[in-house]
Design a protein around this ligand. Sequence first.
Ligand code: FES
Ligand SMILES: [Fe+2]
Length: 363
Amino acid sequence: MQDHQDGTADARTGAQAGPDYALSDLWYYAAPSRELVPGTLLPKTILGRDLVFGRAGDGQPFCLEDVCPHRGIPLRFGRLDGGEVECCYHGWRLGPDGCLKAIPSLTRDQTFDFSRINVTNFPCREAQGNIWVWIGKGKGPFTPDIDIPALPGGDDLGPIRIFDRQFFPCPMDQAVMGLMDPAHGPFVHASWWWRPKKSAYEKAKAFAPSEYGFTMCRHRPSANSRGYKLLGGAPETETVFRLPGIRIEEVQAGKNRVLGLTAVTPIGPNASEVNQIVYWNVPWLTPLTPLIKHYAVRFLGQDREIVTKQQFGLAHDPPMRLIDDADLPAKWYLRLKWEFARARADGRPFSNPVPEATLRWRT
Ligand code: FES
Ligand SMILES: [Fe+2]
């Protein structure tokens, strides 16, 4: 990030300004558990790496580099057989750990050292209905030294009520900065059901550093947000952001709780996936699921449309002017990313660069 003389900061996130378009050595959101059907292979591209997901014999998810070590055909075209991946070309078999287990064409008297051949295995974790994958640098083996993002409520969260995934044709940074940007609300999301455009007023929100990110501390949501009022009681909300691009928003009113997870996963330098997952424990909300989903999809769709339009301007690599305080969360995100990349490169512990602060803006 580069500072301009007028006190703004430049946040161009191309190769010249950022460590990489996305960070390695972190957990990325892969898919909701239900998409990984036992006995089937699920291909995905994350951070430019072609991957294939499956479930081992014991049901545990696994993820391998999607290329056969024999003659390079993607493993996705093969099949899962007894928890092993069988390549569609000559039937080589790979275990969930990525190690070669069998070569069907070998005769009984031919010996072959299977331990010489393997494909990269990417560690996977499954929790609260979601599958996370650890994307390390290079070929591995990878040993995660960070926990997957914890959702408050643990196993009591219940099932996923809404899942929505949208393709954002932009670098991951633009998707993340768009999602944490407080100033776009009245312009991008103005609608009768969320908040009327004319109701903008000044707000002050307290922030504190938290694990690999920062938290907008627990507070009463704006009186001009109609969506929250439906929950009844005196709702309180807390929003946590953490690297690589995870936002967890919790709304609580007495026993009633709604939890939203938004996870940005980079596909490549200019392509991202935004996953939106919602849980709740409010029985009367459940019959309204189709309606809530309709609005959740529309809301995220408005974010997608605006960053899609932004790409036409960004193609000319203009300077960007990030101001205080409305753009501070975006600046913090970029600083977190830099610090994470540097700490990894230097082999030292991560030191959170976000200060405790109260930010003020008008929305
Ligand atoms: S290419 Fe996969 S077994 Fe030959
Ligand atoms: Fe938005």
